[in-house]
Design a protein. Structure first.
Length: 275
């Protein structure tokens, strides 16, 4: 497939996803099940197109497309949308899925309309290995889990504000309960922490066996370790009941902002990381 055709395919996916978000919003305002079904179908089409493109890219490049920031953003968007569909079809969590769709849409738009600024040369053939691929996949899965914790923390704050002001309406009927949102936050980071830890271990092992020299104080290594420590501290403080309610939700949101910084902004400062 030509570059122009790929670009057009991405643009179609962005348009379909934006229309899907419109129907999700209509459903949210009016509890319109027809609008909800259309939104799910459109998002499913986007997910199918993304998967087809992913498979075609793998066939064309003969590798898993996660070895540059440009590719990593696409894979992250694919993960987020896939997770959104699972939440809707399996767990019937429509509103958390809607918030995930917004995150996926933002990253898909970044990937589609800013390729020149984001695309970087992928890791050379001599540095590619199954260890590197697994390291990156585990990191992306951890980021997806932390994204879900961000969604549940945002919903917690929205629900808390609605209940406090006693302005309940049908638009909020699909919000999870405060207990469900808080449990969702905790479960998400319980999954994300070990995934990120394994990713760090595998990444260090890959660097040790593949690079002639690397510094343990590389910006990306240090920032990823700091990110891991932040979420471990959040979990420990939660276990000790140091953080409750809205404070617990806000700390998840602040932690996710560091996820975005680590993902998008730290990489250019690294000596050997490409994303």
């Amino acid at each position: 497939m030509t570059d122009l055709a790929m670009t057009r395919l991405h643009e179609i996916m962005v348009i379909l996803q934006s229309v899907s978000l419109v129907f999700y919003f209509v459903d949210y305002l009016n509890k319109d099940r027809s609008a909800h079904r259309i939104a799910v179908w459109l998002l499913s089409i986007v997910s199918l197109l993304q998967t087809i493109f992913l498979v075609m890219y793998i066939i064309e490049t003969k590798r898993f497309p996660i070895l540059s920031l440009f590719e990593g953003i696409y894979f992250y968007a694919w993960l987020i949308i896939t997770l959104s569909i699972i939440l809707q079809l399996v767990f019937r969590l429509d509103l958390p899925a809607f918030f995930l769709n917004i995150i996926g849409f933002i990253f898909m738009t970044i990937h589609t309309f800013a390729p020149n600024q984001l695309e970087q040369t992928a890791v050379g053939d001599g540095l590619r290995s199954e260890l590197l691929v697994i390291h990156i996949i585990f990191a992306m899965l951890a980021y997806a889990a932390f994204s879900l914790s961000f969604v549940f923390s945002s919903l917690y704050l929205i629900l808390y504000r609605v209940l406090k002001k006693k302005k309940w309406s049908k638009q909020f009927s699909r919000l999870p309960s405060l207990t469900q949102a808080e449990t969702g936050m905790t479960l998400a980071i319980l999954v994300g922490i070990p995934l990120l830890f394994v990713s760090l271990v595998l990444g260090l092992q890959w660097a040790y066996v593949s690079l002639s020299f690397f510094s343990i104080f590389d910006f990306k290594i240090v920032s990823s370790l700091v990110l891991l420590i932040i979420y471990i501290v959040v979990l420990l403080l939660r276990k000790q009941a140091r953080f409750k309610g809205t404070n617990y939700a806000w700390i998840h949101i602040y932690a996710f902002l560091f996820v975005l910084i680590n993902f998008l902004l730290i990489s250019p400062l690294s000596q050997f990381h490409l994303w």
